[in-house]
Ligand binder design. Sequence first.
Ligand code: NAD
Length: 505
Amino acid sequence: MTTVEVRHHAMRIGGRDVDTSERHPILDPNDGSVAATVSIGGIEHVDAAVAAAKETFESGVWSAIPPQERALVMRRIAAAARAVADELIELELSANGATIRQATGFHIGYALAHFEYFADLAESYEWQRAAPISTFPALSQSVVHREPIGVVGAIAPFNFPLLLALWKVGPALAAGNSVVVKPDERTPLSMLEFARIAERAGLPPGVLNVVTGTGQVAGAHLAGHPDIGKIAFTGSTQVGREIMRLASGTVKQVTLELGGKGPTIVLDDADLDMAVDGVLFGCFVYSGQVCVSGTRALVPARLHDQFVERLVARAKTIVLGDTRDFDTDMGPVIGANQQARILEYVRDAESSGATIELGGHQPEGERFERGFWVSPTILSGVRDDMPIAREEVFGPVLVVIAYDDDDEAVAIANDSEYGLAASIWSTDNARALAIAARIQSGNVWINDAHQINCQVPFGGYKQSGLGRELGPNALDGYTEVKTVQLDLSAGRTAKPFGILLGHAD
Ligand code: NAD
């Protein structure tokens, strides 16, 4: 019998590999096998990473160089990462159970493209802006500067490990900050590798540090660390509340990207072929483990039965299986606990009167006996007050809710503590836009789902988050604003613009 060697990944702190004697296994959700091991960082490792980041920030090797130079280095990093994209894809696949199509296009493809977008922002960002000369309260000229904050802490979830970490690392680096990342303990491999790639491509050691460890220990210590000026978090709403509390101790800047319970409103004029595919795409991509998943399909009562029938027929064609096979549509869920939790939600809904139209169990066959699998599940007869209709299940579970008119559809869509993403399916643009205007959600897609465009802001209303990532203003959240005012009264200075903007006039 041959033994497959399991690779160990140390942490990256201050440009050095840092290891611990205790190791955490990374399980491949496909079959539950140990894909790799990682160090389990604790309080002292977070302290060391923050100290390294602080020292590097204060040295100015990254924070004080022109933004154009930072952009150049960031583009070199993206190019170096592209050169080993297959390796990054494999690291992502082996830990988080995405299919190869998703890992290639979305998990790694988007991550690197978005990182390049943040490099572009370093060049185009308005780092300083001269305000008009003012005569009140004194004759004066002000310049508004944007400066890096210092050390940024980034805490990422399991579902898009590199992408969501880089949504924080990218703008933080573009703005000149140093960063400490705490990836999810189940999926840290791609971020660890990215940090090494970045250093080889010219990022000074200590600018980007990665500490692996649990959320309760390493994550919590990072979120409350007095030397961190900003904490950027993506994860559950429950942990987001805790991050906010921990950050309040030293009044840090906070960005939170949290949970969702996305409604998909199918209007009665929708193209039903497109809408059926769209609803399934919205819910089942990456086994429903996406914050913007459309997990509640709101369907006109008169179309309900035929729509459910068509959904079920189409969902039966979804191919589950080996995630490294390009023909596979859907993979497993992240772990055994999550698998059990999802199936518990389904059982609970069934006992409250919902009908399981499809799935609701582990898929049949030897292939699915190991690993963490849930078959595509569709429930009808779901009432808006059932936990399955209100709470984030984070699995391949679609609930169908009937509505009588547009007002009721909007009311059900908005009756949620979340407000991250919604979809509307219609052949009438004006009608769909009018509905979109009434939806309490940070993102609304009309006749589409899951479209993440790095050039526009992304984030949530209500308990889905605080602040926005992406878009042209993405660097705002990673900078401090400093207004410098030069008094011009009584002839105190003769060259206001030149002095303030640092060049001769
Ligand atoms: P999670 O909240 O359990 O964990 C997220 C991260 O927080 C992990 O790195 C974890 O180790 C860390 N953590 C856990 N407890 C902590 C604590 N007490 N202090 C500090 N850090 C702690 O979330 P998850 O299960 O990994 O991810 C799924 C959740 O993330 C879902 O709710 C999903 O909607 C949300 N999410 C949101 C977005 C968005 O952009 N809004 C994107 C992806 C995922």
